[in-house]
Design a protein around this ligand. Structure first.
Ligand code: IPD
Ligand code: CA
Ligand code: CA
Length: 266
């Protein structure tokens, strides 16, 4: 039987240590490299942070699996056992350009079931976390359950590029009417931040056409602990080991977004 109290204690200590290292790195310009395209950035700090976690996890919990964005973890074949899904810096473009608005994101699952979720804002030292079945917290303050809100009063996180270019849905039938009806939209450049903004009620929904497991693994556990819904564009559950288009929203609003808007363009 896994000792979840110990895993949680270690995860929080390592997040704090990793955060301190990242903030100290601001003294020197990071080494910026590109991955799949010139806008897909990675830095030596992303890589060093992921290596920091993999080393700690392997020493303390040698039988746990690790799935990390920068490739220092394992190649998990399936859902068996305990897996740490890690994004060492979610919002690397913000890290490079702004030195803020980026998060460390960790989701820990056992046999595919959510257990512990963490999203750490290292600059503001704000930790959002959840223990499945025990609630979600913002710096140890328990977050209340999310309340319903109509589309007309909703503030929705969405990347404006999805309004003009995505291959999944026709924006003219779906996203554009939704943006017109909603109170406003925001775009923060860090999926993990947008998930925890839904969990804290700072956003009412977040819609994105493509996220990888490390982008959503931590935030999903936190949002679901306060009653938020996290699905694909059809309202189906996510596969946590694959890329997914995602709708995250307050209860009620989530169903409305799917039925009244997104289903028209699928
Ligand atoms: C990215 C951010 C961004 C989202 C991208 C992600 P990264 O993560 O979460 O908000 O729109 O899809 O890849 O590359 O900065 O870790
Ligand atoms: Ca990411
Ligand atoms: Ca990243």
């Amino acid at each position: 039987m896994a000792n979840w109290t110990l895993i949680d204690k270690y995860a929080k200590a390592w997040l704090q240590e990793a955060g301190t290292r990242i903030v100290s790195s601001f003294a020197t310009a990071p080494e910026v490299m590109t991955k799949s395209n010139p806008d897909d950035l990675v830095t030596n700090i992303d890589q060093e942070t992921e290596q920091f976690f993999t080393k700690k996890i392997r020493e303390a919990f040698p039988d746990h699996y690790i799935l990390g964005e920068e490739g220092f973890g394992d190649d998990p074949a399936g859902f068996s056992g305990i897996i740490w899904i890690i994004d060492p810096i979610d919002g690397t473009t913000n890290f490079v350009h702004q030195q803020r608005n980026f998060m460390i994101s960790i989701g820990i699952y056992e046999n595919g079931n959510p257990k512990l979720g963490y999203v750490y804002d290292v600059v503001y030292q704000e930790l959002y976390y959840a223990k499945a079945g025990e609630g979600a917290f913002w710096n140890d303050k328990k977050l209340p359950p999310l309340e319903k809100v109509p589309v007309e009063k909703a503030l929705i996180g969405i990347n404006s590029t999805w309004l003009v270019s995505n291959r999944l849905i026709d924006p003219r039938e779906t996203l554009i009417p939704l943006v017109n009806d909603a109170r406003g939209t925001r775009s923060y450049g860090s999926a993990a931040l947008e998930f925890v903004f839904v969990a804290t009620g700072r956003l009412d929904a977040y819609i994105t056409m493509r996220l990888s497991p490390w982008d959503f693994a931590g935030g999903k556990i936190i949002v679901e602990e306060v009653g938020g819904k996290v699905t694909n564009l059809k309202g189906e559950p996510l596969n946590i080991l694959e890329r997914n288009p995602i709708v995250v929203a307050k209860p009620g609003l989530h169903e409305k977004i799917i039925q009244k808007y997104l289903s028209k363009g699928l």
